[in-house]
Ligand binder design. Structure first.
Ligand SMILES: [Zn+2]
Length: 461
């Protein structure tokens, strides 16, 4: 008996921005999904005679784009939103470390569900979590986060973080919030071996991700890079976020962050770094030369008064750049689609003014750029035949958008557009602006209860 063809879903009569290499767009076109892959994309009506069509969707009034790809986040912070709201990075960290050091597995699980739900209902199809707080006896935090993403049906990268430079070693976190060098490396390797999937259509990947120069020893940076390369996975960390970090690096290491990263093996095409706000021309050239990627987090950078990353200069130099929500303790919205708008607006306040970024560049940062920095540009990030079926149908004929003629301008410059449908790996995650893989109200209720439990534990000391 011949194998039956994969089930097909057809979306037609919609505007399409493919975000392929030529920025191909269709004013009215179709997407055919077969199984978990995009089978074809084009102008006009879908081809006749396709068999095994299980669903045919009229996309009138919609723009279809690749699903959004988030490249930097800290899920556990879902329970500590709205705190230390008028602080810079270092003061904010010092204010929050004692609370973060009390997290446990049930808290992290529901925080991951909240973070994932908020992003998914706004068009994110690939999420990531940089988790670096592992209090002793707190349970299987990596497993909790990976399970939450898997249950919600969202493609996911866990950046297994770590901290081993506490106050006693000149670092920023308190002594009780860090792991040992050996413990962090062993736990990271175990997480990669247990959860990382290197296949084309992987739903879960793991990266090696010591937290930052001011919370991690030089030895952990060096051995972390060696571990990642031995295991064949990517490397992620925070870098060049604030002027205070630059001063810290110069005082402790005798060089700025980018030179420090290079000296520890942390520049390369398998590395992506969050923020990269304080970069001079030679730092940007070093990122371009080595293929090091950047997770641009405009709202978090504004919230913590960190500065404006030089995204137009990075793109001009050929640096891969994606977008990041960052943790929701420094970006309470927790949404990525608004970061397209914020990336565009904030960069126009920089040196390049109105020429800094346009709507299509902003959409590319949030889709293909994100896929590039996660090392998955062959699989996701654009709508092309053969790639994985991760896509979003944005409603652009409603109150928020109907008078903006160009649909890409509508979703980038306008209000956050409702998501009529999102597919991840060919399966619906959002329908009619609601999650279909999780109960938003239950998550909101459970997350509030866990946030209150965390606050009680901290208050009891
Ligand atoms: Zn961060």
């Amino acid at each position: 008996m011949a194998a039956s063809a994969a089930a097909r879903t057809i979306i037609e009569n919609c505007a399409i921005a493919t975000v392929d290499a030529n920025d191909t767009e269709y004013a009215s076109g179709y997407v055919v999904v077969a199984g978990n892959r995009i089978e074809s994309v084009g102008a006009g009506k879908a081809p006749d005679g396709l068999d095994n069509v299980v669903r045919r969707i009229d996309g009138t009034g919609h723009l279809v784009t690749p699903g959004l790809v988030n490249t930097h986040h800290h899920f556990y912070q879902w329970l500590t939103r709205g705190m230390a709201t008028d602080h810079n990075l270092f003061n904010w960290l010092v204010a929050l470390y004692p609370t973060w050091a009390r997290i446990d597995e049930p808290m992290v699980k529901v925080a991951a569900q909240g973070s994932l739900a908020m992003m998914a209902r706004g068009g994110v199809t690939t999420a990531m979590d940089h988790h670096y707080v592992f209090p002793k006896g707190s349970g299987d935090l990596s497993g909790a986060v990976i399970g939450a993403a898997s249950d919600m049906g969202v493609r996911f990268t866990l950046a297994r973080g770590s901290m081993d430079r506490s106050e006693k070693d000149g670092g920023l976190p308190p002594d009780f919030a860090v792991e040992t060098l050996e413990g962090a490396l062993a736990a990271t390797e175990e997480t990669v071996r247990k959860h990382h999937d290197a296949s084309f259509d992987a739903m879960t990947q793991v990266a090696v991700a010591p937290c930052s120069p001011f919370s991690v020893s030089t030895e952990l940076m060096k051995q972390g890079a060696q571990l990642a390369r031995r295991l064949g996975v990517r490397l992620h960390t925070h870098g060049s976020e604030t002027v205070e970090e630059e001063q810290f690096c110069k005082e402790l290491f005798g060089m700025g962050p980018t030179d420090y990263f290079e000296s520890t093996g942390w520049l390369g095409s398998d590395v992506w770094m969050a923020h990269c706000v304080h970069m001079n021309d030679s730092n940007i050239a070093a990122f371009a030369r080595t293929g090091t990627g950047v997770a641009h987090c405009p709202s978090s950078n504004a919230r913590l008064a960190a500065g404006i990353a030089r995204v137009p200069d990075m793109l001009k130099a050929g640096v891969p750049v994606g977008l990041g929500v960052d943790g929701t303790a420094s970006n309470e919205s927790g949404e990525l689609h608004t970061e397209l708008r914020n990336a565009l607006l904030i960069n126009r306040l920089g040196a390049h003014r109105e020429a800094a970024l346009n709507a299509r560049q902003a959409l590319r940062l949030g889709t293909y750029g994100g896929a590039q920095v996660l090392g998955r540009a062959d699989q996701i990030g654009s709508l092309e035949a053969g790639k994985l079926a991760d896509l979003v149908m944005w409603k652009v004929d409603g109150l928020g958008h109907s008078t903006i003629a160009d649909p890409v301008t509508a979703i980038v410059f306008g209000a956050a557009a409702p998501v009529t449908l999102s597919l991840v790996n060919g399966k619906p995650v959002v329908e009619d602006n609601h999650l279909v893989t999780a109960d938003e109200d239950a998550i909101a209720r459970d997350a509030r209860a866990e946030a209150q439990r965390l606050a009680r534990i901290v208050a009891q000391g």
